[in-house]
Design a protein around this ligand. Structure first.
Ligand SMILES: [Zn+2]
Ligand SMILES: [Zn+2]
Length: 324
């Protein structure tokens, strides 16, 4: 079968590889749409922490496809052991054994892939697969919001106008905030921000005094803006990776004086997947609007280029695999 492979950092190509064989408890799935994100670029460029990647690998940790019975499904990307202390706490993202599709195991940018069956979530009939392909990033965002526990009536600011920021704005509504503002860099993202339901889309310095700020831009400037925008006693949730060798100087005294809660949120949990799939199946999270670019798998060079060099409104970029 054909698969989009990274044999080693710096190279990406379509290769002919053997079909995967299902291990115990696994099923073979047939991907339909595969989302690409900034982390895929980092994987291609070799910028992901080596503890979280194993080359060579097949790209693709965001996807929707079919199971052997023809049902539309998404599967969790993390493959937890299920028996360590963290797994038993329901924090599969902190499992003692890290394994993830598209990072340490072959991902979904291929005709088929093998995943433990218990990680699959069925997408309701009638839901457009385009609205389900964002399940993975949405679960990552949902888990961060769950950790931050916005109180009803909270004033929330999202920093970053990429897909994580836009999904954070859309999902924050679940917690019934007073307002959700989004601070981005590119005015071209205004229409997408509107789809995400933001109250105000800002491209310059945001007002201060937010109860919760979600940093999803993955830039030192974004982190600085996030710290400045969080009110005393507020919460700052960090979701955007700065990159392996980038450091940010912390003004510890200011953090203490501001009585600030700063949290990082890594990946997703089974619980966040269940919540997100429920929202997708109920139509509450209908984020098909987020998919702005579709490419055939064979056009992966153009897809990666669109990911690397955004122009115009740019949401989720997906690769489409032939269905038969
Ligand atoms: Zn991703
Ligand atoms: Zn575990």
């Amino acid at each position: 079968m054909r698969a989009l492979r990274i044999p080693a950092p710096g190279t990406l190509h379509l290769a002919e590889v053997p079909e995967p064989v299902a291990g115990p408890g696994e099923e073979i799935y047939r991907p339909h749409l595969v989302g690409l994100c900034g982390t895929d670029l980092d994987l291609i460029d070799g910028l992901v922490d080596p503890a979280f990647v194993r080359y060579p690998l097949t790209l693709g940790h965001e996807w929707v496809g079919r199971d052997s019975a023809g049902r539309t499904v998404v599967t969790e990307g993390l493959i937890p052991c299920g028996s360590c202390v963290r797994c038993e706490e329901g924090r599969e993202n902190l499992c003692a054994t890290y394994a993830e599709l598209g990072f340490t195991r072959d991902g979904a940018a291929a005709a088929t892939l093998a995943v433990p069956r218990h990680l699959a979530h069925e997408i309701a009939a009638g839901v457009d697969p385009t609205a389900a392909v964002i399940a993975e990033p949405a679960s990552v965002v949902y888990r961060a919001l769950e950790r931050a526990i916005p109180t009803p009536g909270a004033r929330i600011l999202i920093i970053g106008d990429g897909t994580i920021g836009l999904l954070a704005a859309a999902l924050a509504r679940v917690w019934e905030p007073e307002r959700v503002d989004l601070r981005g860099l590119r005015t071209e993202q205004a229409t997408l921000a509107e789809h995400a339901g933001v109250d105000r889309f800002l491209t310059r310095r945001a007002a201060k005094g937010y109860d919760l700020v979600v940093e999803a831009s993955g830039s030192p400037a974004g982190v600085a803006a996030a710290l400045a925008a969080t009110r005393r006693g507020g919460t700052l949730a960090l979701l955007g990776y700065l990159g392996r060798d980038v450091r940010f100087p912390l003004d510890v005294d200011a953090l203490i004086n501001a009585d600030l809660t700063v949290l990082g949120s890594f990946a997703s949990t089974s619980a966040s997947w269940r919540s997100v799939v429920e929202l997708i199946n109920a139509g509450t999270l209908d984020a098909g609007w987020l998919v702005t670019h579709r490419f055939a798998l064979t056009d992966y060079v153009a897809a990666v280029d669109a990911l690397r060099h955004p122009h115009g409104a740019r949401g989720k970029i997906v690769l489409e695999l032939p269905q038969n």
